[in-house]
Design a protein around this ligand. Structure first.
Ligand code: TRP
Length: 465
């Protein structure tokens, strides 16, 4: 079909990645972030450990990777912002305008996630000077807890939280405003290796000083008796969250991917890296948690209590600790950029807005929304919607457990059933292998059915209990 080729841009107006591994770096930069180091351990703790981890792993490999391949494929095929890409894909498939929801809901989810993401990243920033000053030298579990969430603790001081939330947002806006190529390629290149190295150092410490057997057992004993549908939904939502999946981030990055690269191989590599980092973070944190009597279900503060405890009790801990929180903040930045990018691209394409102006406008909106999450941990902590959700909890639930799984479901259905299979096959280029057959099968049947089931039962379980 010759019309097909002319209708198919081979590069994006926003730029193109120079090499295959630049895409790998950028996509892992987006994937690896607070989700791996902060969120995975704390929700694992809240949901009872190993059974949750098992479902999470199943969701990554059986649902996440196949849908991630589909989302990347859409992005590279369309080479525009997620919303405009979806518009083109819908036109090319003569499909209903309903599917635009993939782009619209995703772009909105990005801003909503960014609003609380930068609050948590702000905590990590705020912990840099705390570690550097030696405040944690010789702390116990109880005092590390008090420094974080005590009466006069870090969380109670909302002015400081707002300060760091603002710093994080401003830098994110600045990087996104400068454009994809200059900002990101350089940052990720040394960041990821440094982060992995430091996590490995921590792993050694945790293996020596922590209760490693108990930590490992908590993560990997695969005890199915603790399962319920809501934790399955949390695991599913987190699989999407950690892969940056279901909202257009990966679609936006796919738009910059060179045409000759293999999407399936590249994406699998990114997902494996992302999962490995989360598991290592868990193996660092839980042995410390058990050795020092910290509550595994301590919630969002888990990393901010257990790790300073470790750093406070090793020689050179102030330096390693400072470095660690610097690296976590930087990993959060590469993710935050991916959260903002789809919406910024769209304002540029649709309204011919300047990149900087678009970044500033959207960053400003996310900043204001983020104040609600700041206050969720202090002056508004008693206000709970439906007796359950603070602003932070509500935004997290709405995005991770509702919008991302729905976005993923719609992507699977659209690519699996609505697009022309020959168009999809040409872009995916998996030849005639059995992997290709398996991918189609999962995308069409397994992924939609599994997401729909977990979604319906999980939401029901959450509100029925
Ligand atoms: N994946 C990132 C993390 O684990 C967060 C993130 C970046 C994200 N882009 C996203 C989450 C898009 C959902 C969708 O920290």
């Amino acid at each position: 079909m010759s019309t097909e080729n002319t209708a198919r841009p081979s590069s994006s107006i926003h730029g193109i990645w120079t090499k295959r591994w630049t895409f790998i770096l950028a996509a892992s930069g987006s994937a690896i972030g607070l989700g791996n180091i902060w969120k995975f351990p704390y929700i694992t703790g809240e949901n009872g450990g190993s059974a949750f981890v098992l479902i999470y792993l199943a969701c990554i490999f059986a649902i996440g990777i196949p849908i991630m391949i589909a989302e990347t494929m859409l992005g590279r095929r369309g080479r525009k912002s997620p919303i405009e890409t979806m518009r083109d894909m819908i036109a090319a498939s003569n499909a209903s305008g309903f599917w635009l929801i993939i782009g619209l809901m995703g772009t909105l989810a990005g801003i909503l996630i960014l609003s609380y993401y930068s609050v948590i990243a702000g905590w990590a920033l705020g912990y840099i000077p705390k570690l550097a000053s030696g405040e944690f030298a010789g702390v116990t579990g109880a005092s590390a807890n008090a420094i974080f969430s005590g009466e006069q603790g870090f969380l109670s001081d909302y002015k400081t939280l707002i300060f760091w939330h603002s710093v994080f947002t401003i830098v994110t806006v600045y990087i996104v405003g400068k454009g994809i190529k200059t900002g990101l390629e350089r940052a990720v290149r040394f960041l990821m290796p440094a982060l992995v190295l430091l996590l490995l150092i921590l792993l050694v410490y945790s293996a020596i000083e922590g209760d490693f057997a108990k930590g490992a057992q908590f993560l990997f004993a695969f005890d199915a008796s603790k399962l319920n549908w809501n934790s399955a939904l949390v695991a599913l939502g987190h699989a999407f969250f950690t892969l940056s999946l279901g909202m257009g981030s990966i679609m936006a990055y796919g738009a910059y991917m060179p045409q000759q690269d293999s999407i399936a191989k590249t994406i699998t590599l990114v997902a494996v890296l992302d999962t490995a980092i989360a598991l290592i973070a868990g193996l660092v944190i839980f042995p410390l948690v058990f050795a020092h009597g910290i509550e595994p279900g301590a919630g969002p503060g888990l990393m901010f209590i257990s790790l300073p405890l470790a750093f406070g009790n090793i020689s050179g801990g102030a330096i390693f600790g400072t470095l660690f929180f610097i690296l976590v903040s930087m990993a959060a930045w590469t993710s935050a950029i991916a959260l903002l990018e789809p919406a910024v691209c769209w304002l540029i394409e649709r309204f011919k807005m300047g990149r900087q102006k678009a970044a500033l406008l959207l960053g400003g909106i996310a900043w204001v929304l983020g104040l609600g999450s700041v206050f969720s941990f202090n002056i508004w902590q008693e206000y709970k919607l439906m007796d359950t959700f603070t602003v932070f909890d509500g935004l997290d639930f709405l995005t991770s457990n509702i919008m991302l799984p729905l976005g993923g479901l719609f992507i699977a259905l659209f690519v699996g059933w609505v697009m022309k299979p020959e168009v999809v096959d040409a872009e995916i280029d998996m030849q005639n292998s059995s992997l290709r057959t398996a991918w189609w099968f999962v995308l069409r049947y397994i992924a939609p059915a599994a997401v729909a089931l977990v979604f319906v039962l999980g939401v029901y379980n959450k509100f029925a209990s």
